[in-house]
Write a protein that binds this ligand. Sequence first.
Ligand code: FAD
Ligand code: NDP
Length: 426
Amino acid sequence: MGRAFKFVILGGGVAAGYAALEFVKHGVHHGDLCIISEESVAPYERPALSKGCLLPEGAATLPSFHTCVGIGAERQTPKWYKEHGIELVLSTRVKSVDVKRKTLLSAAGETITYKTLIIATGARVLRLEEFSVTGAYANNICYLRDLEDANKLVQVMDMHKGGTAVVIGGGYIGMECAAALISNNIGVTMVFPEHHFMARLFTAEIAAFYEDYYMKRGVNFIKGTVMAAFESDENKNVTAVVLKDGTHIKADMVVVGIGIRPNISLFEGQLALEKGGIKVNGKMQTSNASVYAVGDVVTFPLKSYRDMRRLEHVDHARKSAAHAVQAILSSDKVKDYDYLPYFYSRVFTLSWQFYGDNIGDCVIFGTLKDKKFGAFWVEKGQVIGAFLEGGTKEEYITLEKIARLKPCITDMESLARLGLSFPFDF
Ligand code: FAD
Ligand code: NDP
């Protein structure tokens, strides 16, 4: 015999926390909603793991960053879930799902049934073991996806203050962890295959600003190559990273951020998939009418670009979760999800935001030397993407408006000269 719920959220990350908040806003009955999570703690704001949690002093710890503090809403501690009659099933991995029978089976053998399921399983990190890298199982190699990873990273950093680290990967994790390592007095060499870091979003010119900033703080870059092996001591601790060309880099620790894969395996052969994610419609509903999916795991219609996309960012996790709950509870009144992509990062004392899409011609404005600059992406005569470093609250609001309204542009020179002051014709 198992338990039965009207609504089950599978996964206990960012999207789960925001979905729970939306259920509560709509007045969910006690005992109707259950969240099942492999993690041992209630949903939290995952971005804190590579920022506040890695500070050398006054580091953030739970319960301070449980959802939904990221939008200035209530901090949902386990007590909050209890008070609202939401069953929080933690430290429980679901090992199979039968969407026809509306049943989940936990690794411990418990069966849970639902009327409506929300999949919020997020993603897992890609590991170097998967690429058969020699020595990839050593102790002091750190990844960063969940609280356990963050605790290990902090512990390993504490052991090697004054030492050196190699960061593998030039994406978000690489960029944010390299900054955190430097702040913790650990020297950093970054190794990645692209010609500049954050290659999926930054142009070479934007990346050059950040790379220069990092180099002035002692970060060394080795670009256009990948690593081949780790050398370890008798205690299975990495002592050096060996690159493809044979170069040895001494290292007391390693941080790896080489991308993620959405957790979709439970649903392969049961739900329609697209572009590596679970395919949903504008209501976040999957190919099975009783199953919704949200966050990193979904490939959804990005209405304004008439495209199907999968996004791995917190704003989309929060908004798609709220949207799914609204659609479940009052489907006929809810319009299709109309999302404007929004990404951001904070490293050292720098902070940037991006809205929209980064295709077309890139026009840089402002001065890199004053740490106040931005970029517009112009496609077929319209501004469709906007990036800004060091902006004010008002400027970021303008940035969002530009990307949302996609104003027409003919005078690119004036756009570059005037930046956000350009007289956009909205
Ligand atoms: P997740 O938050 O990953 O949650 C998935 C949950 O599902 C987890 O609790 C997992 O344990 C659980 N789960 C999976 N499979 C099972 C199973 N079979 N059984 C039970 N439970 C299961 N984005 C930004 O926009 N800005 C940032 O600054 C930023 N910083 C980040 C920093 C870090 C270190 C990381 C890792 C990500 C960051 N992101 C950031 C990305 C953002 O956190 C994700 O987009 C967001 O967490 C996605 O939410 P989600 O709920 O879809 O997945
Ligand atoms: P990203 O996809 O951002 O970057 C991965 C990087 O690693 C890419 O530059 C990739 O290159 C490179 N790479 C791939 N394979 C190798 C390899 N074998 N050796 C060296 N480099 C390699 O993923 P991250 O791991 O940085 O981040 C994980 C997730 O966390 C993402 O979903 C991200 O959005 C999220 N995150 C978001 C943050 C934010 O929004 N501020 C902050 C932290 C995490 P290539 O492109 O060529 O594959």
